[in-house]
Design a protein around this ligand. Structure first.
Ligand SMILES: [Zn+2]
Length: 137
C-alpha cells in the first residue's frame, strides 16, 4: 500500500511537469498569444530594406516624408499604404516605428526602414521574413 501511494505521487508529479511543458510551449513562439498580450496585431512576415535621405535612396525627396514630417532614424519607416496606414505605430523586433513614408519600391509586405546615413543603410542590407506587428490605439 505504501509503495502504491508513492507511485501515485510520482505519477502526479510527472503529469504536473508535462502540463508545465505543454503550457510553456503554448506561451512561447505563438504569435497570436504575443499579439493578445501586448495589444498588437500581427501583420505577417515582411521583407525589410533600408533607405536614407541621399539621392540614391530618395531621389530629390531627401529627408522629407510623405506625411511632411522630416524622417528620423529609429522612428521613420516607409510602407505600402494599402497594407499599413500612414501614422500607424509598427513594432519590428521589439522596436516601435511610425509609418510615415512611402516609396515607389515599397509594395505589399515590404517595409523600408529609415537611417540617417547611407553607410547604415548598407549595413542593414535586406532582411526577409521579419515578423511585424501593428500597435493598436
Ligand atoms: Zn542612401
Amino acid at each position: 500500500m505504501k509503495f502504491l501511494k508513492i507511485a501515485a505521487k510520482k505519477k502526479l508529479l510527472l503529469l504536473a511537469m508535462m502540463a508545465a511543458v505543454v503550457t510553456g510551449a503554448l506561451f512561447t513562439g505563438s504569435s497570436s498569444t504575443e499579439a493578445k498580450a501586448k495589444k498588437v496585431q500581427y501583420l505577417g512576415k515582411y521583407k525589410l530594406t533600408a533607405y536614407c535621405g541621399c539621392r540614391k535612396c530618395s531621389g530629390g525627396y531627401g529627408n522629407k516624408t510623405a506625411t511632411g514630417r522630416r524622417a528620423k532614424q529609429g522612428r521613420t519607416i516607409a510602407v505600402d499604404k494599402r497594407k499599413i496606414k500612414l501614422g500607424s505605430k509598427v513594432k519590428i523586433k521589439g522596436k516601435t516605428y511610425v509609418a510615415e513614408d512611402v516609396g515607389g519600391g515599397v509594395k505589399g509586405k515590404h517595409i523600408d526602414v529609415y537611417f540617417k546615413s547611407h553607410k547604415k543603410v548598407k549595413q542593414f542590407g535586406r532582411k526577409n521574413n521579419v515578423k511585424v506587428y501593428k500597435i493598436k490605439k
